[in-house]
Design a protein around this ligand. Structure first.
Ligand code: NAI
Ligand code: MG
Length: 501
């Protein structure tokens, strides 16, 4: 089966944006790479080049870090009141909201996701993140602390803490939710008063670059946000290692997360990591099965399975296993796979040729090890990076397709017999990002939620995200939490002040 591509009218602002080579944002100016080099970003629905983008490397990262340093150490940014800072972040949210169609189109062109999804989820969630974080700018408070000091009898002190921004932050983000990941990172950094060098993924640099334009339009001072596109091994590695960067925030593979930790050791910069997952999604026989089947499908097929929290290990209580697998496979077969711009598309292409190869490679390994596909199982021929939504059965817990993150629309459906037998198997992974539970028994659900080693547990729902809900990983799924109040801990540090009265 091939993908039929019909010509579709695209948003004219988005087509204007990709019609020119894109520069990088350093110190409030749009500039070429110091090397003069550019790199192509591709449309994954066709495999064709969308636009050329300035290719940042060490020299550009260095200029960007110096700009961020000046803006933090002595620029107008550090003299703004919290309220003024909050207003700028809110203004950015308003501007983004005014450009929903343009941003949704850029996401679809660059990443491949359906336009209907980018419009309903990616862009509105990014807007909401900036609004939520704008409110925090005025609420980062310290405390007053009564102290005793036994070795200075009779002395009185006034002691308090200040919450101060951590400084210059390097942010490295992935390609699965390009704009939303930029918002998750920029929102708390700006609300807390940090300055930023943002490196978008080389597969999807466009929406972060357009966001850079809105950041300047909103009125952020020069150098507060710098956007340097480029490859991970060059620009990303230079940012992670830079000794004038105070903190690095990374989202991506666990493998690169470990490289970031090593690179950060040089100046012991703070590190936060949001990494991979192999999340268990558990369906009990007493669940509302129609809802659970639909939920299991969206847990793995949303964003083509390119979600760090994808419900990629589906554990089903044995008496309902066949029914759930049948229902899920029927749903998988009904998914319209096609170009994201086509309004009838449910699932677009994978982001890149490399990602397609990786997913197909896992499918081959899984089949060779004895797994069977009850739906899908193959790549879809023709132009673009399309793969069939796939349900695997007959897996063993030790198999690669059960242990490793595939990051594609591939779920392993696995029967279990009791909660006691399930729990160690569900936790038998190096990851610990998310989990799902489907049951009508609330006690059973909450008991299991407490025992699963995962940063997020969804009960009778999946992939529910909110700006106020902390998200992040146990074990090798990461360090720290994104979003909510928790993320602000990662962008601020405590200063204790003690005065003798
Ligand atoms: P990746 O981890 O290589 O890329 C993520 C970001 O890190 C990109 O901006 C990239 O340029 C940068 N990067 C790469 N190498 C770097 C280095 N040495 N130093 C600093 N920055 C570096 O992920 P990739 O190769 O795109 O995808 C591979 C696998 O990673 C996927 O199949 C998936 O399993 C996982 N992944 C997980 C994501 C998540 O949301 N947790 C997002 C993207 C990928
Ligand atoms: Mg692209």
């Amino acid at each position: 089966m091939g993908i039929a591509v019909s010509p579709i009218q695209i948003d004219s602002n988005a087509s204007d944006f990709i019609s020119k080579p894109r520069k990088m944002l350093i110190d409030g100016k749009w500039v070429n790479a110091a090397s003069g080099k550019t790199f192509p970003t591709y449309n994954p629905a066709t495999g064709e080049v969308l636009a050329q983008v300035a290719e940042g490397d060490r020299a550009d990262i260095d200029l960007a870090v110096q700009a961020a340093r000046r803006a933090f150490d002595s620029g107008p940014w550090s003299r703004l009141t919290p309220s003024e800072r909050g207003k700028l972040v809110w203004k950015l949210a308003d501007l983004l909201e005014e450009h929903i169609e343009e941003f949704a189109t850029l996401e679809t062109l660059d990443n491949g996701k359906p336009l209907t999804v980018a419009r309903a989820a990616d862009v509105p969630l990014a807007v909401d993140m900036f609004r939520y974080m704008a409110g925090w700018a005025t609420k980062l408070e310290g405390t007053t602390i009564p102290i005793s000091v036994p070795y200075t009898p009779g002395a009185q002190y006034h002691a308090y803490t200040l919450r101060e921004p951590v400084g210059v932050v390097g942010q490295i983000i992935p390609w699965n939710f390009p704009l939303l990941m930029a918002a998750w990172k920029l929102g708390p950094a700006l609300a807390s008063g940090c300055t930023v060098v943002l490196k978008p993924a080389e597969q999807t640099p466009l929406s972060a670059l357009r966001l850079g334009e809105l950041i300047m339009e909103a009125g952020f001072p020069d150098g507060v946000v710098n956007v340097v596109p480029g490859y991970g091994e060059t620009a990303g590695a230079a940012l992670a290692a830079h000794d004038q960067v105070d903190k690095i925030a990374f989202t991506g593979s666990t493998e690169v997360g470990k490289l970031i930790v090593h690179a950060a050791a040089g100046n012991l910069k703070k590190v936060s990591l949001e990494l991979g997952g192999k999340s268990p999604n558990v369906v009990f026989k007493d669940a509302d099965l129609d809802t659970a089947i639909a939920g299991a499908a969206s847990a793995i097929f949303f964003n083509h399975g390119q979600c760090c929290c994808a419900g990629s290990r589906l554990y089903v209580e044995r008496p309902v296993f066949d029914q759930v697998v049948e229902g899920l496979s029927a749903k998988a077969k009904k998914i319209n796979v096609g170009p994201g711009l086509d309004p009838t598309t449910h699932m677009g292409p994978l982001v890149s040729e490399e990602q397609l190869q990786r997913v197909c490679n896992y499918l081959e390994i899984g089949m060779a090890e004895g797994a069977k596909a009850t739906s899908g199982g193959r790549k879809i021929g023709g132009k673009g990076y399309f793969v069939e939504p796939t349900v695997l059965v007959d897996t063993k817990d030790y198999m690669k397709v059960v242990q490793e993150e595939i990051f594609g629309p591939v779920v392993a459906a696995i029967p279990f017999d009791s909660p006691e037998e399930l729990l160690p198997r569900a936790n038998d992974t190096v990851y610990g990002l998310a989990a799902g539970i489907w049951t009508k028994d609330i006690s059973k659900a909450h008991r299991l939620a407490a025992s699963l080693r995962a940063g997020t547990v969804w009960i009778n729902c999946y992939n529910i995200f909110d700006a106020s809900l902390p998200f992040g990983g146990y074990k090798q799924s990461g360090w720290g939490r994104e979003m909510g109040k928790d993320v602000l801990e990662l962008y601020t540090q405590t200063k204790a002040v003690c005065a003798r009265l």
